[in-house]
Design a protein around this ligand. Structure first.
Ligand SMILES: Nc1nc2c(c(=O)[nH]1)N[C@@H](CN(C=O)c1ccc(C(=O)N[C@@H](CCC(=O)O)C(=O)O)cc1)CN2
Length: 280
């Protein structure tokens, strides 16, 4: 068996066409949507992701304001900076690139984002809305994964979905979203015992742990839907690829799977925030 591809590049492209159209309506009405990106420190991967987001913004007609801060900045200074963006009427969306340096209280910084501008879906307000199935901004990677599965009409109801990872911006919300689609959800993490056996019973696997190739191809149930949300150096995901292609029914590649969907979601939610703020 060779798995079918969950093609994030193609699906993201379609989403971005819609984003571009909606951005041009706002622009014609006199106010292009505007995203503020906040990067703390000089981590190379984070710089790359912010650059990718800013470039994609300009391709679809979203303006961006880049704020790059020194790695030594304190939590109160970062919080004050984000509060200023939250209060700034010219800004529609705010992205704080994760991770921030270890001495900073990242949760305090996320909570300084006005929920109406939380287009990255990282505040408690957004998390609660998502968990309760209320309207709100979704955490971009899990939201993007759900859109990717929907684009290929992958059924979720009643299926056993295993999320490997429980990070606040990826694994934890991913399980909530799958539960909201009536999947039966199991979370696995670093303390889980018998990961191979649990994965062997999974119809849907989301690998979101950040350890390259942790999920071995031989552990997967033949025909399973496998989403690889890893993005380690050297284009390595969290799933043993390409071996998994011979076992899975569907598989998202790295690169070209979840990553482009993450950015498409961010931009789509930025336009939504701008429309809401414009009263549309
Ligand atoms: N505040 C946030 N921080 C982080 C998030 C997030 O959603 N919000 N996600 C990740 C990193 N990330 C975005 O920030 C991200 C990672 C990878 C990609 C991507 O498109 N990767 C490409 C390959 C990249 C390349 O060509 O070099 C791919 O998978 O095809 C996008 C976004 C952690 N931080």
């Amino acid at each position: 068996m060779t798995s079918q591809v969950l093609d994030g590049v193609a699906v993201a492209k379609e989403i971005l066409k819609g984003v571009s159209r909606r951005a041009s309506v706002l622009r014609d009405a006199g106010r292009a949507p505007r995203l503020a990106t906040v990067l703390v420190g000089d981590d190379d991967a984070s710089k790359t992701y912010v650059r990718m987001k800013v470039n994609r913004c300009s391709e679809v007609g979203i303006e961006s304001v880049r704020i790059d801060l020194d790695a030594e900045i304190s939590t109160p200074v970062l919080v004050a900076q984000i509060e200023a963006l939250s209060a700034d009427p010219a800004i529609d969306g705010i992205l704080l690139q994760h991770p921030v340096p270890g001495h900073i209280d990242e949760r305090a910084a996320f909570e300084a984002i006005d929920p109406a501008k939380d287009v990255d879906g990282v505040t408690r307000t957004s998390f609660a809305a998502m968990a309760l199935g209320n309207p709100g901004f979704q955490s971009c990677t899990p939201g993007g994964i759900l859109r990717l599965l929907d684009a290929y009409e992958i059924p979720l109801e009643g299926r056993h979905a295993v999320v490997v990872g429980r990070s606040h911006i990826l694994g934890l919300p991913m399980g909530m979203l799958l539960l909201g689609r009536d999947a039966t959800v199991t979370y696995c993490h670093s303390r889980t015992r018998g990961l191979a056996e649990i994965l062997g019973r999974a119809d849907v696997v989301v690998a979101a742990v950040g350890t390259p190739e942790l999920v071995r191809a031989r552990w997967l149930k033949p025909g399973a839907v496998v989403v690889d949300a890893g993005y380690s150096a050297g284009d390595r995901g969290d799933v043993e690829q390409p071996a998994a292609r011979e076992v899975a029914g569907w598989l998202s590649p790295v690169p070209g799977g979840v990553g482009p969907m993450t950015i498409a979601m961010l931009l789509e939610q930025t336009v939504t925030a701008a429309e809401r703020r414009a009263g549309g």
